[in-house]
Design a protein around this ligand. Structure first.
Ligand SMILES: Nc1ncnc2c1ncn2[C@@H]1O[C@H](COP(=O)(O)OP(=O)(O)OP(=O)(O)O)[C@@H](O)[C@H]1O
Length: 270
């Protein structure tokens, strides 16, 4: 069997004076696969993502485990191992896109900055602008020439998140980590952004970790779901299996608490 793209193995992370934030998390992710991390607030979803990216806050300590990307141990290799991957092979989209963007920088320039960094050589203005246009087009921004000149406050929240996704795509990632990417967006825009991430993942064969507290979102978008609680994996299974035969009482309670007889959850549990 070929190795998974990502293997998280027994990951333990602690913050001083608190119970471990992650207490032995393990999962595999294959190329092109979408895995949803679900669980209540504080269950460790974001700490898992930040551990993979080597972006844990200084107060955090890695207490054990491995994070293998392409069979390379990123924890053992430290910053030297993960820095070349961050924003390139592994990229991330956060919630609150408007806050993530520099309010004083035109969005085309913000994307261009990242394009320039990834190019690793001096790009001509024309080459950089062409790449920015391509990325804006890839994330479905209409009239990209005009939008590139906009400041973040001139764009809707959904458009700002598209810009953030364009920035995340600039390094041609093989793994995209999307941490609550639609929080704060209206329901219609949420669906559009999640569709966009799914379509891009399919088109590019990109693996995705979708972090959400919303089981209905996970049901619709993920191939597999991993349920977390208090820093542990409660259960992980292919999506249909998780809904049809949940093994853990906590998962059962989560499913019961998720509305939507007319949603895919309804179909899955029927
Ligand atoms: N900077 C920090 N300092 C101290 N503890 C932290 C810090 N960041 C996270 N934690 C702790 O780590 C645990 C996991 O937090 P994490 O943010 O991963 O949860 P989450 O599942 O992503 O929650 P949410 O859905 O609210 O984002 C929590 O107990 C939290 O209090």
């Amino acid at each position: 069997m070929t190795a998974p793209l990502l293997r998280v193995d027994g990951l333990k992370v602690g913050f001083k004076g608190a119970a471990p934030a992650l207490d032995g998390i393990s999962f595999d992710l294959g190329a092109g696969e979408t895995l949803a991390l679900v669980g209540e607030s504080g269950s460790g979803k974001s700490v898992t993502a930040l551990s993979i990216l080597g972006l844990l806050p200084p107060a955090a300590t890695i207490l054990g485990g491995r994070v293998l990307f392409d069979d390379v141990d990123l924890l053992a290799g430290g910053e030297a191992a993960v820095a070349p991957l961050r924003g390139r092979a592994i990229s991330m989209v956060f919630q609150n896109p408007r806050r993530a963007l520099d309010p004083l920088r035109r969005v085309g320039d913000a994307i261009g900055d990242v394009v320039g960094v990834h190019a690793g050589r001096r790009l001509t203005r024309a080459a950089r602008a062409a790449r920015v246009q391509d990325l804006l087009t890839a994330v479905g921004i209409p009239d990209p020439l005009r939008r590139a000149r906009a400041f973040p406050h001139e764009l809707s929240g959904g458009m700002c998140q598209r810009v953030m996704i364009a920035i995340a795509l600039a390094g041609n990632p093989r793994l995209l980590i999307a941490d609550e990417p639609t929080t704060g967006l209206d329901v219609t825009t949420q669906a559009v952004i999640l569709d966009l991430i799914g379509d891009l993942a399919d088109a590019r064969g990109m693996a995705t970790i979708l972090i959400t507290h919303d089981l209905a979102v996970a049901a619709e978008r993920a191939h597999r779901i991993l349920v977390m609680r208090r820093g542990r994996v409660v259960e992980q299974a292919p999506t249909a299996q998780l809904f049809q035969a949940p093994a853990d009482p906590y998962t059962k309670a989560l499913i019961r608490a998720t509305p939507g007889p007319d949603s895919r959850i309804g179909d899955l549990v029927r």
